[in-house]
Write a protein that binds this ligand. Structure first.
Ligand code: ZN
Length: 402
């Protein structure tokens, strides 16, 4: 056998093993026969690989609760041993820093919700490292079973180089965060844009299987819409793709402090834009419900603005309606452009049913050639750990399935 053939045989074996793991992860519990049918590989190939992974403690096997439809022995089902490995996920959010450690299936073994990280890069890096160590220690997860750490960061992230290109704070930009954090922790580290990490979270840990192609629309201080295409997030040449936040939607609209242009989606419908408009209404004395919720001299937050909308505040309701309509136009544009099987909407403001309905109506009113039933929208329930879970899912995906 030549050297080239040997490498290629190993490559085939490795590829088979990865394909088997992906089927088990996405379709568990499954039988060996089902994996065989799905992949078109021989049953002995499946059996050999499965035996190896059972021996490594990566898989578990158990008898199905009921007998097979043809009678006879109970079917033997396979799944991952969720406690075989763990991952740490972090989100450096604009308002808070979220940490979690999860097992292979996204069960949270420990979490921390802390203040937004320091704008100074060395302080931020030390803060993240210190709290990861503390979280791992407190969660009792065996360190030798940790795959590593994923960090989701708003902004343009050069994930392959492990460098932050643009971020919330100037001092973080251009920094080799992967190198610096992995040195402090002696663990593998991955970084990516936080919306992209969240899309992986929906794919890997979400309730109910996600279609292999979907769009993930994150509405926060910034906006982004990464696309999951055939189980992989579409990536731009150098950094993130899916930056819908800075696409212009109103050419004469308000100035965007992030991109410096007028009327981008973030400037008309991002949380900062909503809060700016609410603050102005409050200062003009036009928002009585909001005024009752915000202590004098303080700026409103999103929770208070949403509560004021729920109470029917005459100034806040039109602000929210307008913002949600712009967001709905963007979602309609996404459907018209690529017609994904699903758009997952992740945003605190969609806790209010009124906003969910308005977004749906706007989408329906702005479709071209698509029928309502072809535009499936899923609103994620709000969970402050969503971004950290997504970062942990990203690590599990990289280490287990890629
Ligand atoms: Zn902008």
């Amino acid at each position: 056998m030549t050297k080239g053939e040997g490498i290629s045989l190993l490559g085939v074996k490795e590829r088979n093993r990865q394909q088997i793991k992906r089927v088990i992860y996405r379709q568990a519990p499954v039988t060996r026969q089902r994996i065989t049918d799905e992949l078109g590989l021989s049953l002995p190939t499946i059996t050999t690989n499965v035996a190896q992974m059972l021996g490594e403690g990566l898989l578990v096997e158990y008898a199905a609760p009921s007998r097979s439809p043809t009678g006879g022995r109970r079917l033997q089902l396979l799944d991952f041993n969720a406690a075989a490995h763990y991952a740490v996920g972090v989100e450096l959010g604009p308002y808070q820093t979220l940490f979690c450690v999860t097992d292979l299936r996204g069960k949270v073994c420990g979490s921390l919700v802390l203040e937004a990280a320091d704008p100074r890069y060395p302080e931020m890096t030390a803060f993240v490292a210190q709290n990861i160590r503390e979280l791992v220690r407190r969660s009792g997860v065996p360190e030798e079973r940790l795959f590593g750490v994923g960090v989701g960061i708003p902004g343009f992230i050069e994930y392959q180089e492990g460098v932050i290109r643009t971020a919330l704070h100037a001092d973080w930009m251009g920094r080799p965060f992967v190198r610096d954090l992995s040195r402090l922790l002696s663990l593998p580290v991955w970084i990516d844009n936080n919306a992209r990490m969240r899309a992986f979270g929906r794919e890997m840990f979400g309730s109910g299987a996600a279609p292999d192609t979907f769009a993930y629309f994150l509405v926060s201080k910034g906006l982004a819409c990464p696309l999951m295409i055939k189980n992989n997030v579409l990536a731009g040449h150098k950094a993130s793709a899916g930056e819908v936040g800075h696409t212009t939607i109103l050419p004469d609209g308000p100035l965007c402090p992030t991109c410096g242009r007028r009327g981008c989606l973030e400037a008309v419908a991002g949380e900062s834009a909503i809060l700016n408009a609410a603050t102005k209404a409050l200062e003009r004395g036009e928002a009585p419900c909001l005024a009752a919720l915000v202590p004098p001299g303080e700026a409103p937050d999103t929770t208070q603005v949403l509560e004021a909308q729920r109470l029917g505040d005459p100034a806040i309701c039109p602000i929210m309606e307008k913002a949600v309509e712009y967001l709905g136009l963007e979602v309609a544009n996404i459907f018209n452009f690529i017609s994904p099987s699903l758009v997952v909407v992740d945003g605190y403001i969609f806790q209010l049913e009124e906003n969910r309905c308005r977004l749906q109506e706007t989408v329906q009113g702005n479709l071209y050639g698509l029928m309502a039933k072809e535009t499936n929208i899923e609103f994620l329930p709000y969970d402050r750990l969503t971004g950290a879970l997504g970062a942990a899912a990203f690590v599990v995906r990289r280490c287990l399935l890629d």
